[in-house]
Ligand binder design. Structure first.
Ligand code: HEC
Ligand code: HEC
Length: 246
């Protein structure tokens, strides 16, 4: 009887050890991430992750405030949390046109650890999971054809309502150009579509994803519920045709 109890106790201890290993590993990753953060990120994103690092006063596009859990460049719709893949893409590539550098030179584990660490700044990561990512169909044969570009142009100025923000010429200077604010109360400018250096990626499929999911935290809406996949592809054709002017 006593012996059985002891065996049960040992089993219980073994079980709890086994369960605590993933938790300990996660804690180790977050600790490592904190070191990476203090070394590379704190100057812009701040000690508390609120985007108020020492070097931010002069920056036009402010560093992300991680405490809200709102991210702009991601494959999930609306204000949903991003996927790890989305965060990884931002770290590897950086965000062109802003001060956010590429961290291609860090190791994969360093990037994973700093991602685990920035999640500690918002409690949303404990209670929510990222929504399902938007589906991106394979690139259709009509992409970039003159017919598709023309259809895209019509949607851009019409049903899509893009020109009010991005301007008739796609230069980002539509009527609402100077009045837009982001979720954090900072001025935000519509992207110059002729420049063709997009923060969420420049490939047709990445542009499709951006148009479908939107840019959370900014007035740039997601068009998933408004436009059909085909209409979105025509817009992609049109945007790609703007590259370098015309
Ligand atoms: C020189 C300043 C600077 C440094 C250093 C910096 N960032 Fe950023 N970061 C920015 C700015 C500015 C933005 C916002 C860009 C925007 O809104 O388009 C940003 C945005 C982000 C985003 C949000 C992307 C999204 O989808 O909203 C993540 C994640 C991020 N940074 C992670 C990091 C990590 C991790 C480090 C350190 C390894 C780091 N940053 C270092 C300036 C910086
Ligand atoms: C209410 C204003 C508004 C409307 C309408 C709007 N956008 Fe935007 N768009 C923005 C703003 C603001 C940004 C910049 C977000 C940022 O980078 O912070 C943006 C960014 C973008 C980007 C670049 C994203 C990136 O990866 O850097 C593309 C592409 C884009 N918009 C295309 C479109 C198209 C096509 C339409 C119409 C179907 C459209 N937008 C409608 C305001 C708008």
């Amino acid at each position: 009887m006593v012996r059985q109890k002891r065996i049960n106790l040992i089993l219980l201890i073994l079980l709890s050890l086994a369960l605590s290993i993933p938790a300990a590993e996660a804690a180790g990753l977050t600790e490592a991430g904190k070191r990476v953060y203090k070394k590379y990120c704190v100057g812009c994103h701040g000690e508390k992750g609120d985007g108020k690092g020492r070097g931010t006063a002069l920056l036009v596009v402010k560093p992300r405030d991680f405490t809200t859990g709102i991210y702009k460049f991601k494959s999930t719709p609306g204000d949903s949390l991003p996927t790890d893949e989305d965060l990884m893409r931002t770290l590897v590539r950086g965000l062109p046109g802003t001060s956010m550098p590429s961290y291609r030179l860090l190791s994969e584990v360093e990037r994973q650890s700093v991602i685990a660490y920035i999640k500690t700044f918002s409690a949303r990561w404990q209670t929510e999971s990222p929504a399902s990512t938007v589906t991106i169909p394979s690139v259709p044969g009509y992409l970039n054809t003159p017919d598709s570009i023309e259809k895209g142009r019509a949607i851009y100025g019409g049903k899509g309502g893009c020109s009010v923000c991005h301007g008739d010429r796609g230069d980002g200077k539509g009527p609402l150009w100077s009045s837009l604010k982001d979720t954090w109360g900072e001025p935000v400018r519509p992207a110059n579509l002729r420049w063709a250096m997009f923060r969420a990626g420049n490939s047709p499929q990445e542009l499709f994803r951006t148009l479908k999911a939107g840019v959370a935290g900014t007035p740039m809406p997601g068009f998933g519920g408004v436009l059909t996949d085909e209409e979105i592809w025509h817009l992609v054709s049109y945007i790609l045709s703007l590259k370098g002017g015309r």
